[in-house]
Ligand binder design. Structure first.
Ligand SMILES: [Zn+2]
Length: 314
């Protein structure tokens, strides 16, 4: 596996600065960030999974945005998006998260020792609790000559606490993991019907032109990213209406979406879809065990940037 690359993609049609910070390859624990800057402030959307990757991200933000006041929006409480929040706020600033994500984000990093063998997370302190605030509904952040709309996704979609960020002048939507491109989505903590509703809601509400997905490359105007997500999520519901041989169905999914990375996630998503439409509670640990069995055991993240062994400061 090649080392993870961070690509700074200024969205040139968006003035003033809207930047996608795209990481590749879109692997486990490798997620995108981005920022919107105006004359009076900068909004960073998501941090990274490790201290070192977050320090490099913040250095790049500062290169563009100077010492403008920082607001960090955490799109949802998955570790590769929020682990670096304490690191990003070391020199001040505030953060926003959905109400349902707030406790986990405030508690600090999640390194999922049952899922990953990785240990070199660096120093990932939790954020100061009073620096993190909830967003209920819709909040416009005035950045001087630019604005960022931070909006809570209604209901349960990718998780129970998802936020998206919209830059209205350019029609750029930072989707968090509601949209991923070229990578198999992870649905075990969400709801497949809720996710489908959320995709409709996103399209109707924002009619976005450019998408910065949670994982994978930027989707430019004319993209089919929403359609691709919808086809997959609808397929999950359709095939689990009557069938429960999730291993066989996961093989079918790998054949239908052969270019998507991390196909071991299909089995967990199928279990989620089955539970959702039969009124059952998904045992998330069992779904993760099934994903790990499909992956051949715990997942090695050695392709992440090297750091020191994790030391959490509380
Ligand atoms: Zn996620």
């Amino acid at each position: 596996m090649p080392a993870v690359r961070s690509n700074i993609v200024p969205l040139r049609h968006a003035k003033p600065g809207v930047v996608a910070y795209v990481k590749s390859p879109a692997e486990w624990f490798v997620a995108n960030s981005g920022w919107i800057q105006g004359s009076d402030g900068v909004v960073l959307i998501d941090t990274c999974g490790t201290e070192q990757a977050t320090l490099e991200l913040v250095r790049d933000v500062r290169k563009y945005a100077g010492d403008r006041e920082l607001t960090v929006v955490i799109t949802h409480a998955h570790g590769e998006h929020h682990n670096g929040l304490g690191v990003a706020l070391r020199d001040g600033g505030t953060a926003l998260a959905a109400p349902a994500a707030l406790d986990v984000v405030k508690a600090g990093p999640q390194t999922y020792g049952n899922v990953f063998t990785y240990t070199r997370w660096g120093v990932l302190e939790p954020p100061e609790p009073d620096a993190v605030h909830p967003v209920i509904g819709w909040r416009r952040l005035d950045l001087g000559d630019a604005a960022a709309d931070v909006v809570a996704v209604p209901g349960v979609a990718h998780t129970a606490g998802d936020l998206v960020v919209h830059e209205p002048r350019s029609g750029t939507l930072f989707t968090g993991d509601l949209v991923v491109i070229g990578d198999t989505p992870v649905a075990v903590h969400g709801s497949i019907p809720g996710w489908l509703d959320a995709l409709d809601w996103l399209q109707d509400t924002f009619r976005p032109r450019t998408l910065v997905p949670g994982h994978g490359p930027v989707a430019n105007p004319g993209h089919t990213a929403f359609h691709a997500m919808r086809v997959y999520l609808e397929w999950l519901l359709e095939v689990t209406e009557r069938q429960t041989d999730f291993t066989k169905l996961a093989r079918q999914a790998s054949l239908r979406w052969p270019s998507w990375r991390n196909p071991e996630r299909h089995i967990g998503n199928l279990m989620r879809a089955y539970a959702d439409q039969h009124g059952r509670k998904l045992d998330v640990d069992l779904a993760i065990d099934a994903i790990l069995a499909a992956a051949g055991g715990r997942i090695d993240l050695d392709y992440l940037l090297d750091g020191e062994p994790v030391r959490q400061i509380s």
